[in-house]
Design a protein around this ligand. Sequence first.
Ligand code: GLC
Length: 819
Amino acid sequence: MFIKYKFLKIIIFLLVINSIITFSEEFKIIKSKEFLTVWKNVGDVRYVSSKKDFIIIYHYGKIRTKISFIDNNIVHVQISNNNKFSEKSYAVINNNKFKDFIYSKDKDYIYLSTNTLTLKISKKNFNIEIYRGEKLISKDIEIKWNGNRFYNKKLILNNSKYYGFGEKTGDLVKNGFQMKMWNNDSYDYDKNTDPLYMSIPFFIEFNKEYCNGILFDNTYQTYFDIGYTEKDKYYFGALDGELNYYFISGNNPKEVIKSYTNLTGRINLPPKWLFGYHQSRYSYYPQKKVIELAKSFRDKNIPADAIYLDIDYMDRYKSFTIDNNKFPDFKKMIDELHNMGFKVVSIIDPGIKMKSGYNVYDSGKELNVFLKNDKEELIKEKVWPGLAVFPDFTNKTVKEWWGKQYIPLINLGIDGFWNDMNEPSILNSKSNTLPLNTLHTDFNKKSFHTKIHNVYGQEMARASLEGLNSHRPNYRNFILSRSGYAGIQKYAGVWTGDNRSNFEHLALSIPMLLNLGLSGVPISGADVGGFITSPSKELFIRWMQLGIFYPYFRNHTADNTNPQEPWAFNEETTKIIKKYINLRYKLIPYIYDYIYESSKNGIPLMRALFLEYTNDEKLYTIEDEFLFGDSLLITPVIKENTFKREVYFPKGNNWINFYTNEVYQGGKTYLINAPLDIIPIFIKENAIIPMQDIVQYIDENENNSPLYINIYGDEDTNHILYLDDGISKNYLKGVFTNIEIKKQKNKISFNIKNINYIPKNKNLYIVLKNKSVKNILINNSKLNEIKNKQEKGIGFYYKNKDTIIKLKFFIKNIEIQYF
Ligand code: GLC
């Protein structure tokens, strides 16, 4: 009787706590210490039921644990306090049920093993240890519940370092950090702001011997404490939902990213123009000014691929409309821009102005697409157009309706779309977002905003992309999104929101983008030059120099700032900036090859150093240097009034100065000159870097630049070259070319894997960098020396210190020998 009474009291207590938590504490970061009180253990194992592809462990009450595998290296753990397990995920697209595991148990433990992993689960005081071979790689300390809240605390083993967590400020390494996931319009954030616009509850746990990844697939407000409260422990938890995580094991971080992106999806190849230079501001108008802007680029011979139209192109900020006063002939403007080789990206916000007569609102109202609360009241909140209503993007019918809204804009010729304010952000409200009692479609039921908030932006991007794909099916539709959740990469590229024009933000952008890349998001950029306020000449130069090495290179600024185009300062500044934009364009073949790689295995173009050099401990914390692909080391100047910097070179190979050809030894630090017109760039000795001529936009002359295959060093190396038309989806039908270039000793072989796309310009130059050779054999026959590039036919010639082999693009394997 007494026990029953006590039990009832606990239940009442939990219910009260639960309601308090759900509706009043959402926005506070939960202080760790607070969390460690009044918490109850999940409890002992009472009973195990084993099925072909999962086991279920019964604890006390309704607490259950389900464990399954995705493959030999991925374990899926779900712990629920209500006897049910979620089947659907907003992040995971590959939820294979893997049956090749062995289940066994003894008096004290349950064992589950695959070829690579063993889980040892203690029956008393339930907790999980994971072994890779003999090595302990993960160990639970406790799993506790408090009403609907819970957390899982684990040991930091082997001095692991923690990375990822999506879009986060602060250092590259997250040991000592406490973070929250709750998408937020963090206008004017700084290096301590948390959370930001996007929630990617995924992290990498890395040390010299192995690497793990954990995707905590819970869309409620989640939090992470990585050795902040207790130095040798980390924990993650949520305010509600399931303790639902995927534990990924690998030998190294690349294997983990590959597995993670296999789970959550990888990028579709974007249009190639995405990798050119993009010019944006809030906002370019009227029509005449946009055309003038485009002309200035062409007149000044500064390459650029896209111009952005921010909210002022709309009629009073109504999504999917055009302001005909500012843009009297919008279609003509787009055509003119296209004729000059520009693509146009326009902004679309989710808040739909409540105004009858506005067809998006009217049709949406008729179809009942807008969100309501649990009292059936329409949710109306203030955003740019005034009072607005919000589509229920997680609903299939709503998605289709939303997708159709793009048709008129596609017909006008808009090339790409920019989804903003999709956290969703609300102006002038305390919470910054929709009321928590807003009800959303959640697969086949309704859920409160507390659950859907973190996926709202991602589902908007998804609805946009799916709509565009169904209405423009053979075009590589591109969405840029401010908000997102785990897996955003398959729907959109991202930018890091409203930063500020200062050196702190320039520096911060590097660890932010590196961690995004480690979190499966390879297409990302920060507003180059800074969004809020205006950069000094020096800051602008430094930022443009760095920006050419962002995967997504866009200059964007706010509405009340100075001009921020490449020529906004004096001639000398323009000259320096032009030199670097030109370099970006020369590097397009190299960039595209790595983007292709990202689409295949999720590895980002912009790479933290430890991703390539897992043994060099000095690199684990470096966040002011990074790799661009695997062969270029970028070491930007991130401080004002600084014209030299120390560069630590990764151990294992030598590095060649891009400008001077000077060679530096790996594993050492050098002081490098970096006057204002120089961003130090180094090439890995023994590398293959494909480049092209400068073009004014990516598909100028239909991609008609010859290819230059630059070969550095004497040792063996290889590179995968990827070519396609850069715009259509024909590559999905096999219309692409894939060639493995292998250099071994004095032999270079081109092994064709696929050859269904032949570049328009059939000239190909193989550049033996800093090498003068006398004899060249192509498939064993001797090649003649020619005077220079201009001489007709094939042959080799010398330029500067290089030997250049001029060839015609080939469709069979070839082998080149030189001596
Ligand atoms: C938000 C965006 C910014 C945009 C502005 C106006 O602040 O982050 O990029 O320019 O809205 O649309």
